[in-house]
Design a protein around this ligand. Structure first.
Ligand code: SAH
Length: 251
């Protein structure tokens, strides 16, 4: 089999946050697969075919990409951020694991991207200077009870957290429920950071709050929420925009 399948992340938003390695692979592809919203960020070059699909069709999209690669095409599957973080890389490997034996011989490469939590953390300063974890608040692929269990365990263990997919139209109140649960493990003055549309100059919005006041803040599907720890500090500044950092040593 001569086809190649590259799974890459475009970064959080604009082309300046896409790695040169990913941009080169994208340019070399003749077939590009992805969720329509992410494909909208790709300007196809002449002769390149884009295959947009719905967000809920991950495995079908992965199989279609594998079929195209096994026909000899240079195929790219795109995700936003990093392709291995709540994104397409796992779906492609699951499709290989459960699909055609010949797919195991394909040349499959994963290229990393800047994931939302790291792009957001950099905007605030260095909230992830000590141990941290990422939790997806969507209960599309796991029960809410498991999300609660993981939030409680992470808070109990003193991890800073990045909460991906904090809300959607179908799940308007889960972020508030998450804050309520975290409040039983963390101090009310724990710093909570909201980063909306990082990298999108027209819409980016950053807000620093506390666990006490967090439920009053706005968040949507393009927001990532970062939760600090007892070692997370705010450096107030004349501009009103503080630097947030977490001590390199645990208290
Ligand atoms: N693979 C992606 C994550 C996909 S899950 C990555 O590595 O970043 C989608 C969630 O990521 C969104 O609901 C939001 O919580 C977060 N996200 C993605 N892009 C973002 C951005 N530019 N700004 C803030 N959050 C973002």
């Amino acid at each position: 089999m001569t086809g190649r399948l590259t799974i890459l992340g475009l970064g959080p938003f604009g082309p300046d946050q896409t790695t040169p390695e990913a941009a080169t692979a994208l340019n070399e592809a003749d077939e590009v697969f992805g969720y329509a919203t992410y494909l909208a960020r790709v300007t196809p070059r002449a002769g390149q075919k884009l295959h947009a699909s719905d967000n809920r069709e991950e495995i079908d999209r992965a199989r279609a990409a594998l079929v195209a690669a096994s026909q000899g095409h240079r195929v790219v599957v795109v995700s936003s951020g990093d392709p291995g973080v709540f994104a397409m890389a796992s779906a492609v490997f699951e499709a290989i694991d459960t699909g055609e034996p010949a797919w195991r011989s394909l040349d499959v490469v994963v290229l990393p991207g800047v994931t939302a939590m790291l792009a957001a953390a950099a905007r605030f300063g260095a909230p992830f200077g000590h141990d941290f974890c990422a939790i997806n608040l969507s209960d599309n692929l796991k029960p809410w009870s498991l999300i609660e269990q993981r939030l409680a365990a992470a808070a109990g263990a003193g991890f800073a957290m990045a909460l991906y997919n904090p809300v959607s139209k179908a799940r308007p109140s889960q972020l508030t429920a998450a804050f309520r649960l975290l409040s039983s493990h963390l101090a009310p003055e724990t710093l909570v950071m909201f980063a909306l549309a990082v990298g999108d100059k027209a819409h980016e919005h950053l807000q620093v709050s506390t666990l006490r006041e967090a439920p009053e803040q706005q968040a949507d599907m393009r927001t990532i929420v970062l939760i600090g720890t007892a070692s997370t500090r705010s450096i107030e500044r004349p501009s009103g925009r503080p630097f947030i950092y977490t001590l390199r040593h645990a208290l």
